[in-house]
Design a protein around this ligand. Structure first.
Ligand code: DC
Length: 225
């Protein structure tokens, strides 16, 4: 049977990763969190207290080795041989990821890695440019979004639960900044693919959002199998 590719794109905090992971589990597909790859590269710079500029990208990009592998809990990321899966989940790593993601060399470096996972397995892949650039021929494409206020509220609760000291105002500011960075970068900006199905989860509980996504995928799967 051919591999099926499901692309889920959208702004930060729309619930993409939780929902994509849930869908992948239901379908028995591999979940690919592409944001984690950008976070891994961002982490390389922040953990060395290096500014992210064209100069440092030129100087260090070749030294950065990113690998994706899977264990019983799902996807894990290695940065130059070290498992950084947990370390890259901070707000700072997210901001650094958005910065490195603006450099075409960084996106190019991660393109083959993302495509190679989709060649090996049926995947639910989430990111910003999966339906537009990474897997333009994906069988199913979803654009998942919600209001900035809703997304900030969710992200704030997540960060607080992890013990990060922050405020809702700060998180809302970061969400808006990240939307701006993601939507306005010159290469592969975040945008809805023409053939993507838009789901707006503003005001939805997580369960309601999961149900909408699964309903849509189930309806489409019979067409693409
Ligand atoms: O989904 P996330 O918050 O982990 O993503 C972190 C950053 O990585 C996000 O601000 C933009 C970037 N990113 C990207 O440019 N392209 C992707 N396919 C995934 C993430």
């Amino acid at each position: 049977m051919k591999n099926i590719r499901i692309a889920i794109d959208g702004p930060s905090g729309a619930g993409k990763s939780t929902i994509a992971k849930y869908a992948a589990k239901k379908l028995g597909f591999h979940y690919v969190d592409t944001g984690a790859l950008y976070r891994g590269i961002g982490h390389f710079f922040t953990s060395r207290s290096l500014e992210i500029t064209q100069d440092t990208i030129d100087q260090y990009l070749n030294e950065i080795g990113i690998e994706v592998f899977y264990d019983a809990d799902g996807q894990r990321i290695r940065l130059n041989g070290k498992d950084v899966t947990s370390e890259i989940r901070t707000g700072a790593a997210g901001m650094a990821a958005a910065k490195v993601a603006a450099f075409p060399e960084v996106r190019e470096k991660l393109l083959d890695l993302q495509r190679s996972v989709a060649e090996k397995f049926s995947v639910v892949m989430d990111g910003r440019d999966i339906g537009t650039t990474v897997l333009p021929n994906a069988e199913i494409k979803i654009y998942l979004t919600a209001s900035a206020e809703d997304r900030a509220q969710r992200r704030y609760l997540e960060l607080i639960q992890k013990g990060e000291a922050t405020t809702l105002e700060q998180v809302l500011h970061d969400v808006k900044q990240r939307d701006h960075d993601d939507m306005h970068r010159a290469v592969s900006p975040l945008r809805q693919a023409e053939d993507a199905y838009r789901i707006d989860t503003t005001g939805f509980t997580l369960e309601q959002a999961e149900e909408r996504v699964i309903d849509y995928i189930s309806g489409r799967l019979s067409d693409v199998l």
